[in-house]
Design a protein around this ligand. Structure first.
Ligand code: FAD
Length: 446
């Protein structure tokens, strides 16, 4: 069996390694357009801020190490330009030499990810306006910062990447303004929870321009003017655009594969596309939301890795099924941690659910043991049935473990009232005998 994979990072590299574990004989060829494989996308902002100092930390594997460990050919700087399902080949361009060739496959896996949205605004192609997706993008921003020593930066977009890059640029001493079209940062969170994130950003000197639309960019006086609708332009030395991502699905579209939301690749729960022997995973595919059962786009590393394993199992003759994504995620916001799983209250109501929520502000650990910090936890559930719909937590300590408990409870289909029954670990430095998750259950069951 010959397996060809498009994209050699989260979904693609995971699938490649698993196929090798399941099938010693398979010929596996991975084409990756960038110069790196299996890189740590999630670590990229921290290299810009100097928290991760060595760029080699971001590139955990090389084509050589992958080949010697797994006997998988990782062809970097090779772009797949077309799929020909009728003759089971892909067209490939070697970006170093310009050579074009066709590669035959028995099974094809697409894991091309999602690309940063770049609207056709005036001045968007300025060399001072950056986006962040690959290692190359990261090095470009970091080199610009090192060479030009910018004093100010404007971040456009207040989602996960925008907030992380804002923090990291601030970390290097740059004055950062974050411009966001919506009235809050981090749209997966309810506005009451997002307000804590706003406060933390402002406390660390990030200026927030909320409810502002960027109309274009203009190089001026050695910097860039960021033009806003109904507000004075912002003059800055550097712009990073992080206004979302869209599925990289042009290959699939051109080959006639069925598409879903926002042009994403349609797959079933075995990660099979509409064309036989072609599988797709990761940010490029449409998934089912685990809580609502509705179609969704959820661009996160955990789902991409899981889907890669599932596709590999099925390519090798197994029958693994993807159960859906619930959007569990966590982010560092300066000293704070913010985390979410499932649906927020606003979206639950919008989708017609009779949602209710409890909010509590417990200490992260026993009050009498030094260093405890207050966290704010919001648990969203359905009235009447007490089905758990989602949870959000912001705080300074112990946020990540609580959100994972709640994510597990949601996945297991537990009722919100049963949270009080969970037997959770406790010692004074870590928690309280009245554990916050248990307390949320008691409040719901009162
Ligand atoms: P990717 O990992 O993006 O890999 C796709 C690869 O395919 C790319 O390298 C691309 O060059 C290649 N490719 C595309 N088209 C072609 C083609 N035609 N030919 C050849 N190669 C092609 N998720 C989290 O859960 N937590 C985080 O903290 C987090 N932080 C992030 C921070 C940043 C800056 C970014 C950019 C993403 C972050 N993510 C995070 C998201 C996470 O990285 C993605 O969800 C995950 O990498 C998706 O995996 P994928 O395999 O679908 O795509």
């Amino acid at each position: 069996m010959k397996v060809v994979i498009v994209g050699g990072v989260a979904g693609g590299a995971t699938a490649a390694a698993r196929i090798r574990r399941l099938d010693e004989q398979a010929e596996i060829v991975v084409f990756e357009r960038s110069g790196y494989i299996s890189y740590a996308n999630c670590g990229l902002p921290y290299y810009i801020g100097g928290v991760i100092e060595d760029p080699e930390e971001l590139t955990l594997q090389t084509p050589e190490s992958f080949f010697s460990r797994f006997r998988i050919q990782m062809k970097v700087r090779h772009e797949v330009t077309a799929i020909h399902p009728d003759r089971k080949t892909v067209a490939v361009k070697n970006l170093e030499t310009g050579e074009a060739f066709e590669e035959r496959y028995d099974k094809l896996l697409l894991s091309p990810g999602a690309k940063p949205v770049r609207p056709n605004l005036p001045g968007i192609n300025s060399g001072k306006v950056f986006t962040l997706r690959t290692v190359e993008d990261t090095l470009r921003i970091r080199n610009y910062v090192d060479q030009h020593q910018p004093r100010s930066a404007v971040l456009v977009g207040g989602g996960f990447i925008g907030v992380e890059v804002a923090e990291n640029l601030r970390h290097t001493g740059i004055n950062v303004t974050l411009v966001e079209l919506g009235s809050q940062l981090m749209s997966p969170f309810d506005s009451d929870m997002a307000s804590f994130i706003h406060a933390e950003m402002r406390k660390h000197g990030v200026k927030l321009a909320l409810g502002r639309m960027v109309k274009g960019f203009e190089e001026k006086d050695g910097g860039v003017e960021v033009h806003l609708e109904n507000a004075a332009p912002l003059h800055t030395d550097l712009v990073v655009l992080a206004i979302g991502v869209s599925p990289e699905s042009s290959l699939a579209k051109d080959a006639g594969l069925a598409l879903g939301l926002k042009g994403s690749i349609l797959v079933n729960d075995r990660m099979e596309t509409s064309v036989p022997d072609i599988y797709a995973v990761g940010d490029a595919v449409q998934v089912k939301h685990y809580v609502t059962g509705e179609d969704a786009l959820i661009a996160l590393a955990g789902p991409a890795n899981k889907q890669g394993r599932i596709a590999a199992d099925n390519i090798c003759g197994g029958d693994s099924r993807y159960q859906g994504s619930q959007g569990s995620s966590v982010i560092k916001v300066f000293d704070m941690t913010a985390a979410i799983t499932g649906m927020n209250e606003t979206n639950a109501r919008k989708s017609g659910l009779d949602a209710d929520a409890v909010i509590l502000s417990p200490m992260s650990h026993a009050g009498y043991y030094p260093g405890g910090k207050v966290m704010t936890m919001k648990v969203v559930f359905e009235k009447g049935t007490y089905r758990l719909l989602g949870a959000q937590i912001v705080g300074y300590e112990g946020v990540d473990k609580r959100i994972d408990v709640l994510a597990t409870a949601i996945h297991a289909g537990m009722k919100a009232t049963r949270l009080k029954d969970l037997d959770l670990a406790y010692a004074p430095p870590y928690s309280s005998a009245k554990d916050p998750v248990n307390m949320a259950g008691f409040m719901i069951d009162n």
